[in-house]
Design a protein around this ligand. Structure first.
Ligand code: MTE
Ligand code: HPA
Ligand code: MOS
Length: 764
């Protein structure tokens, strides 16, 4: 059944690979340093909540090598950096709301001088009570934004008809982005009271507008340039702005180049992470295990200010029912304000948090009703015509196709049989498995953000320069943009240069996020290339005296008219066009059609399309030690018609492993005072080569894809992360094979400590 889709140019290697492995790729800290560059260091709050009583840096400012110390009063524009809601000061002035909150900025000739000065700064803060739990914050009425409810059918009446009803709670933890390149920015003053700013950001516009806002000047005075990121994973969608503002504030005021790049531990302490969630669920089923009603309430831990949490909250609601068709649904989400660093975007953007809850609810129902979880999952998968709780009608469902294909291809019955036999033969090692279906909506949930632009220059020697709003962060977007250009012009990729992402070439960018970067920027680029191509075709027709209807193509840099090759190359056409004074540059624009959403009724058609897939996870638990291994993950994934097979496979593997990390071992721990305890790589465990699945099989679902995806190659960045949720349930099942009476709360991550406790727990 499964055939791999091959697009015409779908196998080119990632153009960044050689640079990465030879250390030639440029990150912010690799940019050649200009003479007179200063370093900026942030002094952050050591208390989780309190009133600032005294700040004295008079002694520190006198020290050798210290150029200037900035406090809130030195900000020329607005002391405010919130992206969605204006609730976040750049530098704390009266109050601190979390440990790690910036209070002062030291600008020094050297790092050492700055470190010395820190010892001579006095900050007195009168402590206030610290709240780090979202449910507690909710009880105290501490919310970051308006709560939201998505509703479909009528749960109240539906629950009265259910044969089975189960209620419970589910929790997911935070997650540190751990991009290899930390946050950072390098700003230098240029003529005309302007700044050129190199920033490690996914969101150039947000950095540009926030810096302009803080400095009290127009966006046109700030040029932001990004070569690439050493990873973003959502952590640099909005939170890059703070570091950029710090470097810019100093560079602007002092008229000197300034770098602001934190150490790893500073980055970990000061930045927000994936939003942890605590949730309640209630699920009702009929005698055939059809889910009749589902109710969930999500308490999102937003941290001290809104950041992107309101948008993340929204996506939790959008994905609250995952791949399931449920007639009566009510989902309510609260964004709770706590004394933690503002939490932020992280691959999946609230979707995984919502999906975990429904998977927990279904698993709970299955275990109580005495049937297999997979039976309830399969019985409720959505089909075309299903209405999502937000009103969009499913038109492209691959949910059952993916499920059935992976079950058939990997012979689930056989897997189950093998696990059963293994568990019978082994007393102290047990295996478990799970299935995890995924349905992820593609488009920014804020319709306005679904737009992009590209700028293409064809130089008269036939080489091409491409600028888009897309940021390369390891996901391979530049390679995909190269392919779009090469394919549209019919030329070799060697002729094309991908430029840095720069606000003077492509303005008002949406962040490279929501997995939509290649669709949005690819389509804008296609538009730009097509404009130039049409002009070149006209030139060809003129040269050969051909009628308007004749079909001109360029294939492998050779001109064809009505399928017949002509003695004319790409280079020659371009040269002729230039001689004829034809415009060889174009600006492309794209805005996703069809999509809309009305927040007043919480209904609409917010997504261009959905991405589907199902993963089988098999694990082995050591029941003496509580440790576990992921034996295998087999997935059937809906790539549409992949534009680049290897890059897309890399995204699936990386996303999967990141999801497994979130579910099983990555534990963000704060103490009651709001101090981050997992503040280094010695205390925060991410997946390594030993913890990745021993076997990963990814199959390409045989499907065409969506016209709203670039060349029908569906978005791939975030959806695979959610396959990792399967690891939680597989481990849970292995524990139950050892101890059927074990108490195993739906609380992730399920670390070895928790596994050990669960193995020897007993229901009373
Ligand atoms: N892959 C790598 N290597 N590095 C990253 O930072 N970010 C992920 C995903 N894959 C990321 C990544 C996230 S959070 C998103 S939204 C998408 O890539 C963004 O890129 P795309 O829109 O091109 O898929
Ligand atoms: N996804 C990712 N990032 C975003 C979104 C979204 O839907 N909205 C705003 N930023
Ligand atoms: Mo991704 S969380 O949308 O940057």
């Amino acid at each position: 059944m499964i055939a791999e889709q091959i697009n015409t140019v779908n196998t080119i290697p990632n153009i960044d690979a050689a640079g990465h492995v030879t250390g030639r790729s440029i990150y912010v800290d690799d940019i050649p340093v200009m003479h007179g560059t200063l370093v900026a260091k942030i002094i952050d709050s050591k208390l989780g909540h309190g009133i600032i009583k005294k700040i004295d840096y008079s002694k520190a400012e006198m020290l050798e090598g210290i150029v200037r110390i900035f406090s809130a009063k030195d900000i020329p524009g607005q002391n405010e950096i919130g992206g969605i809601i204006a609730d976040e000061p750049l530098l704390a002035e009266y109050k601190v709301l979390f440990q790690g909150q910036p209070i002062l900025l030291i600008v020094a000739e050297t790092e050492d001088a700055a470190e010395e000065a820190i010892k001579n700064i006095i900050i007195e803060i009168e402590p206030l009570p610290v709240v780090i739990d979202p449910r507690e914050a909710f009880r105290q009425g501490q919310l970051l934004c308006k709560s939201r409810t998505f509703q479909k059918g009528n749960i109240a009446t539906a629950f009265t008809t259910c044969k089975y009803i189960f209620e419970g709670t589910a929790e997911t933890g935070g997650q540190e982005h751990l991009y290899l390149e930390t946050q950072g920015a390098y700003a230098y003053p240029v003529e005309g009271d302007s700044l050129r700013l190199f920033s490690s950001t996914q969101g150039l516009r947000h950095v540009q507008e926030t810096v302009a806002h803080v400095l009290g000047i127009g966006m046109n005075k700030i040029e932001v340039d990004v070569t690439r990121l050493g990873g973003g994973f959502g952590g640099k969608e909005d939170q890059a702005a703070m570091w950029a503002c710090m470097a810019s504030l100093a560079a602007w005021t002092l008229k000197r180049p300034v770098k602001c790049i934190p150490h790893r531990m500073e980055d970990m302490r000061m930045t927000g992470k994936r939003n942890p969630y605590k949730s309640d669920y209630k699920i009702g089923l009929d005698e055939n295990y059809k889910i009749i009603a589902y109710e969930a309430t999500y308490y999102q831990n937003g941290g001290a200010s809104a950041d992107l949490s309101p948008a993340i909250l929204e996506r939790t609601l959008f994905h609250g029912t995952n791949s399931y068709d449920i007639p009566n649904v009510q989902l309510t989400a609260h964004s709770c304000k706590t004394n933690l660093p503002p939490n932020t975007a992280f691959r999946g953007f609230g979707g995984p948090q919502g999906m975990f809850v429904i998977e927990a609810a279904i698993d709970h129902a299955a275990k109580e009703a005495g049937v297999e979880t997979t039976l309830i999952q399969r019985a409720n998968l959505m089909v075309n015509g299903t209405e999502f709780p937000y009103g969009q009608i499913v038109a492209d469902s691959e949910a059952k196709h993916c499920w059935d294909e992976v079950v058939q291809l990997h012979n689930l019955d056989n897997i189950k049989q093998q696990i059963e036999t293994f568990n019978k033969e082994n007393l102290l090692i047990k295996k478990g498995f799970s299935l995890m279906p995924v349905c992820f909506g593609i488009s920014f949930t804020n319709t306005m953000m679904n737009q992009a632009r590209a700028l293409v220059h064809v130089y008269w020697d036939g080489t091409v320069s491409v600028s888009t709003g897309a940021v390369e962060m390891g996901q391979g977007i530049n390679t995909k943009m190269l392919q779009v250009t090469a394919k549209t012009f019919g030329i070799s990729t060697k002729k094309i240069k991908l430029e840095t992402t720069n606000t003077t070439r492509v303005a008002n960018t949406s962040p490279s996020a929501a997995s939509a970067t290649s669709d949005l920027n690819g389509k804008a680029l296609l538009n730009a290339c097509n404009q130039i191509m049409e002009r070149l075709k006209e030139v060809v027709r003129t040269i050969f005296n051909e009628a308007e209807e004749s079909i001109v193509n360029i294939i492998d840099e050779q001109v064809f008219i009505n399928g017949v090759q002509k003695d004319l190359s790409w280079n020659e056409v371009v040269k002729q066009a230039f001689f004829k004074r034809v415009n060889l540059s174009a600006k492309g624009h794209y805005a996703t059609p069809v999509i809309n959403f009305d927040k007043t009724i919480e209904k609409g058609h917010p997504f261009a399309y959905h991405v589907y897939g199902t993963a089988i996870t098999v694990v082995t638990v050591d029941c003496v030690r509580g440790t576990y291994e992921i034996d295998a993950v087999h997935a059937v994934h809906d790539f549409g018609t992949t534009i680049n097979r290897n890059i897309d496979l890399g995204q699936i593997e990386g996303g999967l492993v990141q999801g497994i990390g979130w579910m099983t071992m990555e534990e963000v721990v704060y103490n009651g005072a709001g101090k981050l305890l997992s503040n280094a790589l010695s205390t925060y465990k991410i997946p390594d080569i030993y913890s990745v699945p021993k076997e990963v099989n990814i199959h390409f679902l045989k499907t065409e894809g969506s016209d709203l995806a670039i060349f029908k190659s569906k978005a791939v960045g975030e959806p695979p992360l959610m396959y990792g949720i399967g690891a939680f349930f597989a481990i849970r099942n292995a524990i139950l094979a050892f101890n059927p009476a074990a108490i195993i709360p739906y609380t992730a991550p399920i670390t070895p400590e928790k596994v050990l406790m669960a193995l020897y727990s007993k229901r009373s």
